[in-house]
Design a protein. Structure first.
Length: 623
């Protein structure tokens, strides 16, 4: 989904001829002065119905509604695209500038180095190099220069180490810091001997420091992590190569062993490093963090607050009338939960929480416990089939819960001197009315200052998905569901706020509703249809039900590319309930766009969303 860019209205009214006004040209994308590194750009917008459009004197097809979506070729540099709309003997014109950027390479002679390209670009500090692996002490080096030369890198007056060329003019390699090195902001100098016999050098912006014995402990402060299972990107730790790794919980402690620019490098276990933004953690001093207590894991089955035969009010709630987040409606009896409690004592070690399959959750705990973690003695409560505890090398413990029923939500958070792993079980349903009392959160994407994808028919994504969500809410409420809307009007909401609203409502499902668009560099022709994104296996049945309903009710959308598992999106990462993001269709496809605009298309899309939810609960009731 392309992020919205400001829409640009081109053209002006010329002198009136009788009662007819001059035509206008509306360009939804790209904005004037847009820069792309590709040989084509998607040019989309609309003219007055019945008007003809030319770009650079070339006729561009327009629909009866004035819509145009074309894949326009670009030459290197600035492209002045003159758009002219003509109708009834009148015209409107404007020049739209689109800049195609082309990478430039240095010539073979004279020998030169592009100094702005020299990496590392950020300072690197090592606080415990003896405890680092060779891979963790490896500093990548790269620069662009004249092709065909011989390159090397030297640190603090030490011996030169060769770099290799590939592709032409790009030199790369690495410097490996010796484990006992002591450096005080040492410069890293690259040199290039070119074909003309000249040798030139440049110093990398990022200097190296090594101060053994200065590793320290840092803390994720209380109140700094939103929600129980929202998993916000703003606080997550990444691998050393930048991949998502760990979503911290409050008071989680880390052993910091270095710095990479604005990030701290923390060691979760020997050879397992991660990066955390230095500004998000607080220092605790140089002493090592406490060690987890370990011992027997306890398991509790927690029923809902109402008895299973207690009737649940199912009267449909009215649509919210305020232009803001809807207030949560009455929450039905939540599904029973299992609570697994791990004794930690005063320790708050790092851990990751993953769902490898629909009935398995794995918690990986970093930090050797004082006593081994052990499963509870005696039978396990249904539907927990088994609890697998596996100590791994380096003080890592993996604990996997395997259930006889699919998960319906999972979180892990500190609770006193324990770590509580909460497993939410499928809801108990009335087969005659499977939606009765269920809590559904619908999230109309974007809103307020966030337009979403540019709408070529002059309505942005935010205003297309809102009426669909409102109508889907009506349909679900008519079947007995309690529906919460993250917004019911044109207001601005953060991504984390949306996840928190679903979590606070005790939602059974979170469905974020969007319309798709293509990024720069993608030919839009033939790309159409729905897609449903999800991160965790627990959300796959919901995603599949929604996709099936969309394909059934809107075959004219096209089949789309279907399910998108493993998505790394803010509205699919929440684990408190199955969470999905639905892309109803493509704003960059004329047929999809017209369906998204039409009242009939919006009605069918709302019906498909409601049907997908109903089909999911009907299948669960029959299981």
């Amino acid at each position: 989904m392309r992020v919205s860019l400001p829409c640009l209205v081109l053209g002006a009214a010329l002198a009136l001829s009788g009662a007819q006004a001059a035509p206008s040209v509306y360009v939804a994308y790209p904005p004037d002065g847009h820069r792309v590194p590709f040989d084509h750009v998607l040019l989309e917008g609309s003219v007055a119905p019945g008007a003809a459009l030319t770009v650079g004197g070339v006729a561009v097809p327009t629909g009866p509604d004035g819509l145009f979506i074309t894949w326009w070729p670009l030459k290197p540099g600035a492209n002045a695209l003159r758009l002219v709309a003509r109708q009834g003997g009148q015209s409107a014109a404007r020049v739209l500038t689109v800049i195609r950027t082309v990478p430039t390479r240095l010539p073979a002679t004279p020998t030169a180095i592009a100094r702005a390209s020299v990496q590392p670009a950020q300072p690197l500090e090592f606080w415990d190099p003896a405890g680092d692996t060779a891979a963790e002490r490896r500093v990548p080096v790269r620069f662009e220069g004249s092709p065909g030369g011989q390159a090397s890198v030297r640190v603090a007056g030490g011996p030169a180490q060769p770099l290799t060329e590939g592709p032409a003019g790009v030199y790369s390699g690495a410097y490996t810091l010796p484990p006992g090195a002591v450096l005080n902001t040492a410069p890293l100098v690259v040199s290039l001997r070119g074909r003309d016999g000249r040798t030139v050098s440049a110093t990398a912006p990022g200097r190296l420091s090594s101060a053994p014995g200065t590793a320290r402990t840092v803390l994720q402060p209380p109140g700094s992590v939103p929600g129980l299972g929202v998993n916000a990107a703003g606080t997550r730790l990444t691998t050393l190569s930048g991949q998502p790794l760990l979503y911290p919980r409050e008071a989680m402690t880390f052993r910091a062993v270095g710095r990479v620019g604005p990030d701290l490098r923390v060691r979760l276990a020997p050879g397992v490093g991660a990066l955390v933004t230095a500004a998000q953690v607080a220092p605790l001093g140089f002493a090592a963090p406490p060690t987890p207590a370990g011992g027997a894991i306890t398991v509790d089955a927690v029923p809902g607050p109402l008895a299973p035969d207690t009737p649940v009010p199912v009267a449909p709630a009215p649509l919210p009338k305020v232009a803001g987040p809807a207030q949560p409606g009455p929450v039905a009896r939540p599904a029973p939960e299992l609570h697994l409690r791990l004794p930690l004592g005063a320790a708050r070690p790092p851990f990751t929480l993953e769902q490898p399959s629909a009935r398995r959750v794995t918690l990986t705990l970093y930090g050797p416990p004082l006593a081994p973690f052990t499963p509870p003695a005696g039978p396990l409560p249904w539907p927990l089939e088994r609890l697998e505890v596996q100590p791994l090398a380096g003080g890592i413990t993996q604990i996997s819960a395997v259930l006889a029923a699919p998960l319906w939500g999972f979180t892990a958070n500190p609770d006193g001197d324990e770590l509580r792993l909460t497993l939410r079980l499928p809801p108990t349903l009335d087969p005659a009315r499977p939606l009765a009392g269920r809590v559904i959160t619908l999230d109309p994407g974007h809103g307020g200052s966030q337009n979403g994808g540019a709408g070529s028919l002059r309505v942005p994504e935010k205003d297309l998905v809102l009426p669909i969500a409102l109508r889907a809410a009506e349909l679900l409420r008519a079947q007995g569901a309690s529906v919460n809307l993250t917004r019911s009007g044109d207001v601005t909401l953060g991504l984390v706020e949306r996840g928190l609203l679903a979590e606070a409502a005790g939602s059974d499902l979170l469905i974020s509703i969007h319309a798709n668009a293509l990024p720069d560099g993608r030919d839009p022709r033939g790309i159409r249809g729905p897609e449903v994104y999800f991160t965790h296996p627990q959300a796959q049945p919901l995603a599949a039900a929604l996709l099936s309903a969309l394909r059934e009710r809107l075959p004219d959308l096209g089949p789309g590319t279907g399910l998108k598992p493993g998505a790394d999106l803010a509205l699919t990462r929440p684990t408190t309930q199955p969470s999905v993001l639905v892309e109803l269709g493509y704003l960059t496809d004329p047929g999809n766009l017209r369906l998204l605009h039409s009242p009939g298309g919006q009605e069918r899309m709302a019906q498909a969303i409601a049907q997908g939810v109903a089909d999911l609960f009907q299948a669960e009731a029959a299981r």
